[in-house]
Design a protein around this ligand. Sequence first.
Ligand code: 13P
Length: 259
Amino acid sequence: MKNSQRRPLVVGNWKMHGTLVSAGDLLNALRTSLQQNTAVDVAVCAPFVHLPLCRELLTISGIRWGAQNVSAYAQGAYTGEVAASMLAELGCHYVLIGHSERRALFGETDAVVVEKLRQALAAGITPILCVGETLAEREQGSTEAVIAGQLAAVLSALPAGQLAQLVVAYEPVWAIGTGKTATPEQAQAVHAHIRRQWAAAQPGQAEALIVLYGGSVKADNARLIFAQPDVDGGLVGGAALDASQFCAIVNAAEQAWNH
Ligand code: 13P
């Protein structure tokens, strides 16, 4: 059974893909195909340079857009960085923070993640906080401990009012871009763990917390994953670059909520 305090959310993470032309085609296709959708909250997290196009093509579509990263600083001499206030000006509803690719490839620590969360929240943008374990960590049996550490850094740093704004995405690193998904049971176990940990820190918030699953979500596996009671939708990489796949995943979320 799905908890009525939570609406399903499906977010596409385009990563560093596409051109202005391909992004425009994808946005137009999503806008047309998802016209009738009111049951699922849908968003795309596009590269920075495609955000003006998102604003142009998605305004009044019901589809939201967001960024994949944000600066840990508000403004100033930080060459190459993009401030949260700049994302807010472009109408971003969401920003991904702490994606495993940023943690692993760009040295993003829990402390940096917290600063980025603060910036996004101050600009009125909903952060999607990404957590997840590597294959080695899972094989050592430390999945729950790793995620507990990633969450604790945030739960201990932000006040309750800010924590209530967050969305969490569980993305096992070994499932990202590999074609291997967590089984529905593995996802459910970690999602329940995340909700329990949230409840321990913020008892009033855990039932309303949206927890997305990410890692090789495709049209043909989404429904069973989304059917799990603590899975509130998906953060979709590769399959979000294909309009028909992505729309099928949105439909799978709708079906999971209707059962
Ligand atoms: P894939 O769906 O391509 O595995 O990517 C998942 C992801 O990292 C979304 O943020």
